[in-house]
Design a protein around this ligand. Structure first.
Ligand code: SF4
Length: 531
């Protein structure tokens, strides 16, 4: 069959298309963005038929749209970064109880090392919490194969299946052998309301089924798991990319450890016990939380030592690498490659706004308008403009989660810290800032919302904002912000004086106001010119 050179994200997308995907939904977020971009570039469907591919307001709405497509009997997918799963947690956890019709593939890309994220959370924990099976590819080939496998499993057990990848796999390339596309599912009739209506009586029954189904998946995984024999008393358990990091060091090991790779969850307890019966200690190499390591403590006999992140042999935070797992395998640092071997530490270069970015002009008028206030708060949000926390701007004071700027400014104002300004991008505003603005209007909170409207989701590569800029003012008016307190500003140096004057006026106003500072993202403009 043909080979393609694919990034992990692209391999997932092509695997899904070849599995007969009909509909895909997402909100952009590094490192998952490229999955939806691949669908959009291949909307003809990769041989299975045309696919609906849509960006959504946020991960929750994307998840719910995918649920609807599954309800219609079609294979559907939703993709997001790890913190996006927090936003989609409500439908995600509840969907474990549904009687999934068209296969539902949930792709979550974790970001150990926080290359572009505010935390390192491990989505395997979320899958376990929801009792939703999870597949974790070790390379691009498995990413392709597991996307296809996920749909088959999902339809067989009538539950969603989560595919977890991490940044390094999502964004690196390898040759992938592809297989013939499968036909898409036809649209199904509505026939089983109680498989999809989670009223308590039905939900109790569905939860029992979900628990039984989850253990049935464990039995299947156990039946397929294979312990590779070794010749010493060390056992090594790898998960995901941990397998590659082990393999890169394997040739240097004097004795061969007993080995088990875990790529599917729930975990194969029987195989793990078999491994432990051959050795006196088990080392776990896994990217993310010590998830397998911790569970092993309840599964293996106490005589077997379990080593990994919690016991200090493997770094507890950050991204794993072939180098930083070497000490746990009893190997010395590789000469010339690690700092321990004397290599110089590279200087850190903090990220910066693009030269000429409109946010710089918005921060300039914001700071001037605030000058003279002895106390005030400026809450920030998630996007390129988060860099406004760094020099030379030092204009925002918080960054917690998508949409938090407005809620936090409101809370600070209600607590007496004024003036309170929330800085938020247009895409983030639609993602989850809007409900906070509704709260502010409802309580007549004393805050100024500064929407930095660059008409795109700039940080993830300039995906379109869910609604065009012209609608922003109408949305602010529609939720009830007073017409005299909604302003369109132009984020150009030539408009600096007018912007400062309007901002000062609204800082003095004791109620909610919205300032929309408009100018397009330079990267989005470049991208549009190239298209
Ligand atoms: S990508 Fe766009 S919004 Fe982000 S820093 Fe560059 S110009 Fe500014």
């Amino acid at each position: 069959m043909p080979f393609e050179n694919l990034m992990g994200d692209e391999a997932i997308a092509l695997g899904a298309l070849h599995a007969g995907l009909s509909a895909a939904f997402a909100y952009p977020g590094t490192p998952s963005t490229e999955i939806m971009e691949y669908y959009l570039d291949h909307a003809e469907g990769g041989g299975s038929g045309p696919v609906v591919a849509q960006w959504c307001s946020n991960e929750k709405t994307a998840y719910e749209a995918a649920l609807g497509a599954s309800f219609a009997g079609r294979r559907s997918s939703v993709s997001m970064k790890h913190v996006g799963l927090n936003v989609a947690a409500d439908p995600f956890v509840n969907s474990a109880l549904l009687k999934i019709k068209g296969g539902l593939l949930v792709v979550v890309a974790d970001d150990p090392g926080m290359h572009s994220s505010q935390d390192e959370q491990d989505s395997r924990v979320f899958a376990d919490f929801a009792r939703i099976p999870c597949l974790e590819p070790a390379d691009q080939q498995e990413a392709y194969d597991m996307a296809r496998e996920a749909f088959e499993l999902s339809e067989r057990i009538m539950a969603p299946v989560l595919l977890r990848v991490t940044t390094r796999l999502a964004h690196s390339r390898a040759a992938v052998e592809t297989r013939a596309p499968r036909a898409q599912n036809p649209v199904a009739k509505v026939e089983d309301r109680w498989g999809w209506t989670l009223m308590p009586q039905a939900a109790r029954e569905r939860w029992k089924r979900a628990l039984v189904g989850y253990e049935a998946v464990r039995s299947e995984i156990e039946a397929a798991a294979r312990v590779e024999p070794g010749d010493c008393d060390l056992g090594v358990v790898t998960t995901g990319l941990g397998l590659e990091y082990y393999r890169e060091n394997e040739a240097e090991l004097g004795r061969r450890p007993w080995r088990l790779h875990v790529g599917r969850y729930p975990m194969p307890y029987a195989a793990l016990r078999e491994l432990a019966s051959k050795v006196s200690r088990v080392l776990v190499i896994e990217e993310g939380y010590p998830f397998v390591e911790r569970e092993l403590r309840g599964v293996l006999p106490s005589a077997v030592a379990i080593e990994g992140k919690e016991t200090g042999q493997i770094p507890l935070d950050g991204e794993l690498s072939p180098d930083n797992v070497r000490p746990a395998l009893g190997l010395p640092p590789r000469p010339g490659l690690s700092r321990a071997a004397g290599a110089p530490e590279l200087p850190r270069r903090p990220p910066q706004l693009c030269p000429g970015c409109p946010h710089a002009d918005s921060y300039a008028f914001l700071k001037e308008a605030l000058a003279g206030y002895p106390s005030r708060v400026v809450t920030g949000d998630i996007g390129c403009y988060t860099l406004g926390a760094l020099p030379p701007f030092e204009a925002i004071e918080t960054c917690v989660d998508m949409g938090a700027s407005i809620g936090m400014a409101r809370g600070a104002a209600e607590a007496g810290l004024v003036p309170a300004v929330a800085v938020i991008g247009d895409s983030t505003f639609y993602h989850s800032g809007l409900p906070n603005l509704v709260d502010a209007v409802s309580h007549n909170s004393n805050l100024t919302v500064l929407i930095l409207d660059n008409s795109t989701t700039g940080m993830t590569g300039a995906q379109p904002t869910i609604l065009p800029s012209e609608r922003l003012k109408a949305v602010a008016l529609a939720v009830g912000v007073g017409p005299e307190h909604v302003h369109l500003l132009s984020a150009h140096k030539g408009d600096h004086g007018r912007n400062v004057e309007i901002m000062r006026r609204e800082l003095a106003y004791e109620g909610p106001s919205v300032l929309i500072s408009e100018r397009g993202c330079l990267e989005a403009i470049k991208k549009a010119r190239k298209a």
